[in-house]
Every structure is written in structure tokens, then in C-alpha cells.
Design a protein around this ligand. Structure first.
Ligand SMILES: Cc1cc2nc3c(=O)[nH]c(=O)nc-3n(C[C@H](O)[C@H](O)[C@H](O)COP(=O)(O)OP(=O)(O)OC[C@H]3O[C@@H](n4cnc5c(N)ncnc54)[C@H](O)[C@@H]3O)c2cc1C
Length: 394
């Protein structure tokens, strides 16, 4: 077992924080370095809360799952006229990015969570790694965990063969308070994961905790994720150019999507979606956008450095498993460090299972994306469409 080590976790989001907590629980000396100058927030957007995502909060923080998430009992598909096309009983838990982050950060504490630390490079020494930061500081550590997300600089440096490919569509996202919409619609959409599917597009609506963490029915938010195709080239370039004329690579924040696109999106919602779904979409005051990418790598361990979460594999969101995968990478890393005596040995043992986990998730979500956005072959009865990290099981 690796019993003492200086660990730098670069990236203080959900993946980085979970790994940092787990490694600190082993007794290691862990510091998180986060680029952002202020604590993070993702506008309160929802996440499917799979068992791997909630595991640390439930097992190690003693939180009740019901206190940090909403629960739905059905998966429902609506036709354009609002009638139910298909429904099955199925329990899902949902949370919000902010809520999960807040709980993980509270558990880790702020003392060794260093904001304003953008890592800009790494040097391998015979028995350590030195990480350099843009503020001119350096840290020598025994283990570097790169959890720096979809635009990871370390991935580009360590895996030059990496492929990042735009999937051909984006997710329009937004939230609306249940209390701000028609109460019949709120009740109808509040107990299920609701889908609307039409040519080359699909939308999901589900309830998530309010910004203050409340999970009481009536006080929650309804979260929308609407996948819409924008061809590579001028179409997506135009969409991803914000109100200041700047081309954004991955996401457009609330308030920065140009009016012309918001108006077009609302008009399409009214024309193509079930009335209840269109009502919710049009009630979102400041919709925002995340472009969808596939990222596949063939290595995640490099001596004393490893890559986890979206910095490694980034999968399309159709399995709602990105956070779960990042967390699973951290749990497996802690187990590997418990089993091996040396860090490079632990990372070498950890890597194959994590590469396989990422590869199968990327492939499965690519298939799901093709079925809904290209082939029109999405089948609600097919268990492959269920949210889960692994092909079978949770
Ligand atoms: C539309 C959409 C819907 C989704 N829905 C779900 C869902 O329902 N369920 C789910 O589990 N997942 C979902 N995901 C995926 C999920 O958001 C990601 O998988 C997850 O956030 C990955 O976490 P991470 O910690 O690996 O990376 P990130 O959350 O991207 O965090 C990376 C962190 O690293 C920091 N950073 C970057 N570069 C540096 C640097 N050089 N130095 C220091 N810090 C740095 C960043 O500031 C950031 O805080 C969704 C994604 C999308 C696009």
C-alpha cells in the first residue's frame, strides 16, 4: 500500500474533488489546484445522479441520497400532440452540478483547495513530478492527477494521438422553477424523465434540486437538455459565436447565446415539441449551450501522472455518466494505491480497466447519438437507452 505521498490534483471540479477526497482518505498529502479564481458554478444545471456519482457523498459523508437529489419513477415519451407514446416504470435520481460540487468541496475543505492556480506544464524527475503554474509557482509531487476536463492541456501533451471530434450536434440546456410554469405541466413533468423525439433531435426534461438545494416538490427546477444538429462549418461556427462576437469552443454560458438563435430555438420548440415540453423550453429565461464531443485516448497513466474524468475520455451525455465515470476513475485509483507499494506500479495496474471503461462508454453513447440524431432508430424499449455507466449494471 502507498502510505505517504504528495499528490497534486489539477482541476477542482467533480472528478478532481472526488479523487482528492479518496486519496486523502488513504492518508496521502493532497492539494487541489484549480484554474478558476473563484469557486466554481455551473449555473445549477442538472446531472443524472448515478450510483458512482453519489457514492462518496453517501458512503463517506453519510448524506441521504434523497436529501441531495430528486427522484423520478417513470420514463415517459411524448408525441407531438402531447399524448404518451411509451412509458415504463424506472427510478432515476437527479441532482444539480452546484449541489454536488458544494457538498464535495465542503467535505474536502478550502485550505488545500487552491483557486487561481492554472497548471501550465509538468516535468518528470527520476522519482517525482514538478508541476508549474501560471502564477510562477511550482510544486514537486509524487503523484500528479490531471482532472482538467474536456480541454485538458495535459491530455494534448501526453497523448498527442488523442482524437477530439465534434459530434455534429449541441445540447441546448436550461432550468425553470416548477413554480414559474403552468402547474398542470409542472405536475406532469415532475415525476418522470420525459423525452420528446422527432427527426434528428431529442429532448429530455427532468426535475432537479433548486439553487438552494431544496428537493421539495414545487420548489425544484425542471431541467431541459435538447440535442439539436448543427452541421460542422458555418452552422456551428455561427451558433457558437457569442453576443460579444467571440467564437466559443465548448460552451456558451447563460446570457451569451445570441438572440437570433434563442428565438429560432423557441420557435422550433413551439412547432415541433409536445405542448408541455415547448412550454418549459420557452419559459427558460437564459438558455445555454454545450457542444457535444467524443474524446478517446489509449493511455491514462504515464509513470507518476494519470488522467481522469473528461480529461481522459469525454463521452456524449446520452448515458448521463460523465460525472460517474470521473468518480469511478478516482475510486479505482484509490484501490490501486491501496494494493500496490509504488505509485508507478499502482497506475500501471489501474490503467487498463479505466481505458476500457472510457472506451465502452464513448462507443455506447456514440451509438445512442447516431440512433437519435442521424438514423431515427432510437427505441425506448431498448435497455441501452437507460442512463448507466457500464453496459450492464449501474
Ligand atoms: C450537455 C451535457 C450534459 C451532461 N449531463 C451529465 C449527467 O446528467 N450526468 C453526468 O454524470 N455527467 C453529465 N455530463 C458530463 C459531466 O458534466 C462531465 O463528465 C463532468 O463534469 C466531468 O468532470 P471533470 O471533473 O472530469 O471535468 P470538468 O468538470 O470539466 O472540470 C475540469 C476542471 O479543471 C479546471 N482546469 C482546466 N484546466 C486547468 C488547468 N490548466 N489548471 C488548473 N485547473 C484547470 C477547470 O476550471 C475545471 O474546474 C454532461 C455533459 C454535457 C456536455
Amino acid at each position: 500500500m502507498v502510505t505517504s505521498a504528495r499528490v497534486a490534483v489539477v482541476g477542482g471540479s467533480l472528478g478532481g474533488l472526488t479523487a482528492a477526497l479518496l486519496l486523502r482518505d488513504l492518508g496521502l498529502d493532497v492539494t487541489v489546484y484549480e484554474r478558476s479564481a473563484i469557486e466554481l458554478e455551473q449555473f445549477g444545471a442538472g446531472i443524472g445522479f448515478l450510483p458512482d456519482s453519489s457514492r462518496y457523498l453517501v458512503e463517506r459523508c453519510g448524506l441521504e441520497l434523497d436529501s441531495v437529489s430528486t427522484k423520478t419513477s417513470a420514463i415517459r415519451y411524448l408525441r407531438r400532440d402531447g399524448s404518451v407514446d411509451f412509458e415504463r416504470e424506472h427510478t432515476y435520481y437527479f441532482s444539480s452540478w452546484n449541489d454536488v460540487y458544494r457538498h464535495l468541496l465542503d467535505a474536502f475543505g478550502r485550505e488545500r483547495y487552491l483557486l487561481g492556480h492554472e497548471a501550465i506544464g509538468r516535468t518528470e524527475n527520476p522519482d517525482s513530478v514538478t508541476v508549474a503554474f501560471s502564477n510562477g509557482t511550482e510544486q514537486e509531487v509524487d503523484l500528479l492527477v490531471c482532472a482538467d476536463g474536456i480541454t485538458s492541456r495535459f491530455r494534448s501533451e501526453l497523448v498527442p494521438t488523442m482524437k477530439r471530434e465534434y459530434a455534429g450536434y449541441v445540447a441546448w440546456r436550461g432550468m425553470v422553477p416548477e413554480s414559474a410554469i403552468d402547474q398542470e405541466v409542472a405536475a406532469h413533468l415532475g415525476d418522470a424523465l420525459t423525452y420528446g423525439i422527432f427527426a434528428n433531435s431529442h429532448i429530455l426534461v427532468y426535475p432537479i434540486p433548486a439553487l438552494d438545494g431544496s428537493v421539495e416538490v414545487g420548489k425544484r427546477l425542471l431541467n431541459i437538455v435538447w440535442y439539436r444538429n448543427y452541421a460542422p462549418g458555418p452552422d456551428v461556427e455561427d451558433l457558437m459565436t457569442d453576443i460579444h462576437g467571440e467564437r466559443r469552443e465548448v460552451s456558451l454560458h447563460p446570457g451569451s447565446v445570441r438572440d437570433v438563435h434563442v428565438e429560432e430555438m423557441r420557435a422550433t420548440a413551439k412547432a415541433r415539441l409536445a405542448p408541455s415540453l415547448a412550454h418549459v423550453v420557452c419559459a427558460v429565461e437564459q438558455p445555454f449551450i454545450q457542444a457535444v464531443f467524443d474524446i478517446t485516448i489509449d493511455r491514462m497513466a504515464f509513470g507518476r501522472t494519470c488522467i481522469i474524468g473528461d480529461a481522459g475520455f469525454a463521452a456524449r451525455p446520452h448515458a448521463a455518466a460523465g460525472t460517474a465515470k470521473a468518480a469511478a476513475n478516482g475510486w479505482a485509483l484509490a484501490e490501486a494505491l491501496e494494493t500496490a507499494d509504488e505509485i508507478p506500479e499502482a497506475l500501471a495496474a489501474w490503467e487498463p480497466g479505466q481505458v476500457e471503461l472510457g472506451r465502452q462508454l464513448v462507443e455506447r453513447t456514440q451509438r445512442l447519438g447516431r440512433r437519435s440524431q442521424v438514423e431515427q432508430s432510437w427505441d425506448p424499449r431498448d435497455d441501452e437507452t437507460l442512463f448507466r455507466l457500464r453496459p450492464e449494471g449501474p
